[in-house]
Design a protein around this ligand. Structure first.
Ligand SMILES: [Zn+2]
Length: 353
């Protein structure tokens, strides 16, 4: 009896170890396969969630450990980690800050941003259009990327208010929906703000006092918050820019297929103009200027005098055309594919080869 029992336990342990070995081997194979085929970040359906992004970040980190490091320097009001990916040499002379999905319903840019990171790393061994390999450029430049600056907002937009775990935040959201849409369940699909109902791109300390045309209460959009930079999603961008002394800030939004510039002044404005025309010819998007206050690019350009651009991805779509469909993915990716390699070359200060 005792021996039979011991042998049964031994069999269970052996089976468990075998299952563990198979699971690890499968994970290693999957990582290897995905990194070889460039298939880590899927580009077939547009509904890209926070959890998918987390999963892909882990895969990217395992596939490209020399090029990518990951940290979570802050959390959102509902407790989601604000992921920051460092791509390139952390000791480089030039540092670039990039954020996507500050506006929740524009989450297609998280997917595009993640794909940009994947392809930059995957092609690091081959020479690009300026003759240098990605690896050589990434030795001179470091990108600091928040692929999903507003994860609570994205969860609200994709799953509704039940995605928010904190009950006092849910009460704010329910109030917004009742007040602004009479409880319409489709209201969430156009949600732009964070879980506190603050429009993050109206929360920056750049002529914040002068912005009086927005909502005076928490809202799906255009509520600037109780004070400039009151929101953790904004604070983490300010801290990151400061910490790495970034020389350029790029903000991804949708929609329209255009690039806003004219934020900085003096020689920083010249750089901004040059970068805008570079990215404009690369993407096919037209250049434009905008004067609304308290946005991310306003702050870094006007207040900090760091060259800054806002790129509105997805050409041919209007401002209220949400949710976007799968058909926008391929053309948006086509426009976006060359952006990081081009910026890496520009900020490497290397000559044309
Ligand atoms: Zn936006």
């Amino acid at each position: 009896m005792g021996r039979r029992r011991r042998s049964a336990i031994g069999t269970v342990i052996r089976m468990f170890i075998l299952a563990l070995v198979i699971a690890v081997a499968w994970q290693v194979y999957e990582d290897w396969h995905d990194s070889r085929t460039g298939d880590i970040v899927q580009m077939t359906t547009i509904r890209y969630s926070y959890e998918q992004m987390e999963n892909d970040i882990n895969k990217l980190r395992r596939a490209y450990p020399k090029l990518i490091s990951v940290e979570v320097p802050a959390t959102s009001p509902d407790g989601r980690g604000l992921y920051l990916l460092h791509v390139g040499n952390m000791q480089a002379d030039n540092h670039v800050l990039i954020q996507a999905s500050m506006h929740a319903r524009e989450y297609v840019n998280t997917q595009i941003c993640m794909k940009q990171i994947e392809m930059l790393c995957r092609n690091a061994g081959t020479a690009g259009r300026h003759g240098w390999t990605g690896a050589a450029l990434l030795d001179k430049v470091c990108f600091h990327i928040f692929p999903m600056n507003n994860p609570d907002g994205v969860a609200i937009c994709q799953q509704g208010p039940d995605a928010v775990r904190n009950s006092s935040l849910r009460a704010i959201l329910d109030d917004c929906c009742q007040r602004e849409a009479g409880g319409d369940p489709d209201y969430w699909k156009k949600w732009k703000a964070n879980a506190r109902g603050v429009d993050l791109n109206s929360n920056f300390d750049a002529r914040w006092d002068t912005f009086t045309s927005g909502s005076s209460l928490p809202s799906s959009q255009k509520y600037k918050g109780e004070a400039p930079a009151s929101e953790p999603e904004v604070q983490v961008l300010l801290k990151t820019a400061e910490k790495y002394r970034v020389c350029f800030v790029l903000s991804y939004h949708t929609a329209g297929g255009l690039i806003y510039w004219n934020y900085a002044s003096g020689s920083a404005l010249e750089t901004e103009k040059e970068l805008c025309s570079l990215l404009s010819s690369l993407t096919g998007y037209y250049a434009d200027t905008i004067s609304t206050p308290c946005g991310c690019s306003n702050y870094f350009g006007e207040v900090k005098n760091i060259p800054s651009l806002t790129i509105e991805m997805v050409a041919g779509r209007g401002g209220e055309d949400y949710p976007l469909g799968d058909e926008v993915l391929a053309p948006a990716w086509e426009a976006a594919a060359g952006i990081l390699p081009e910026l890496a070359f520009y900020f490497s200060n290397l000559p044309e080869k």
